[in-house]
Design a protein around this ligand. Sequence first.
Ligand SMILES: Cc1ncc(COP(=O)(O)O)c(C=O)c1O
Length: 427
Amino acid sequence: MTLISKNQQIYDKASKVLVGGVNAPIRAFSLIGITPIYISSAVGPYLTDFDNKNYISFISGWGSIILGDAYPDVINNLKKQLEKGIYYGLSNEYEYLLAELILEAFNFHDMVRYTNSGTEANMLAIRLAKAITGRNKIIKFDGGYHGSIDYLLIESGSMEFGEQIPSSAGVSKRLIKDTVSLPYNDIEILTDFLNKYGNDIAAIIVEPIQTSNMLIKATNEFLIKLRELSTKYSIILIFDEVSTAFRISYGSCTDIKPDITVIGKVIGGGFPIAAILSKKEFMEVMAPIGSMYHSGIFTGHPISTFTGYQVLNIIKSIDNFYKKLEQQTLRFTNIINQLKDHLPTININHVNSMFSLYFSNKKVESIDDIKELDIMTFIDFYKLALKEGVLFAPHPTETNYLNFAHDAKILDLVAEKLMKISNKLNY
Ligand SMILES: Cc1ncc(COP(=O)(O)O)c(C=O)c1O
């Protein structure tokens, strides 16, 4: 009789009632071709599955966990907070306390509005841009990910209105007729496009660092040009910093100032929340002051805002928090570089604690370089790492995140495990 693991049993049941047994495609491990992993608990850098296997995880709640999971002070305070009830359906004091902390870092904005997800926050930012400008058209950039928003789900390179191709089933051509996707970092195309259509554009949405696309960065010149042209044509410039805000430094990942910043992940410490930030004049276009509708049963949820408030305060209380996190990441990148003796094509891109791990003859610096990825070697490496209890994002273009609990001791353990598997692979 073959023994079926608890994880497999859960998957068998889950896949009958949940599509693919999961609630987000990345959790299906489709590229790797293994059964999804169901997690029973998380502490520090570790995840534990239902077969009691421990993994040192670099998923870190897709970046929302920055201190490590179950950080003792956060858990203790949360327990006390939960005794005060879960959700009131009215406002709570942590909504403004967290907003104050956020605005201390984003001091060029005046106000905050919370949402429950990055997707919803980006939708809100774009609706606000349309309400402010009275225009409809939107520019995004190839390789940028802003969540599952119908009218942003278009194929890269649709540089003309009317020629866009949906990148998802269920998105009609009508829905995307006002969106174009321009090449990232191409100042010439951007300038030409805006010289033609600038007065019709409501918003330009851009990730200063593409966190679902191997951490390719916008050049400073590109961001400066975006700022200059947005101002020239009265377009609302939106920076999507859902993944980068409070990840790289206490606040934004760039000095360039957009009209609206969209943030998320770290500000909820693992609970669902995101937010848009902008100046008072713009924010008050929204209800209840203005006429642009936005609402949500759970927006500004007491537990999310409470936890975010705890986490940001803890970050502030630790001297050189981001420097330390970066040093931990450099220790990790050294480990990866040492594997090159056996795995010459292993590569890592990193920005502070965010990294993408991949195999290629060429360092990925632009979207074109992504075509060169060696996916098969990644899959072989991934499976062996997993067997050793090291868990990475299950796709080479997805970002991994170190958290504060990935200390020297943990990283030495990771080094040992990865060295062992690189000896086995030895390409
Ligand atoms: C830059 C960026 N924008 C938007 C989103 C969507 O956020 P959510 O999944 O919370 O809707 C993500 C998610 O990873 C993201 O990285």
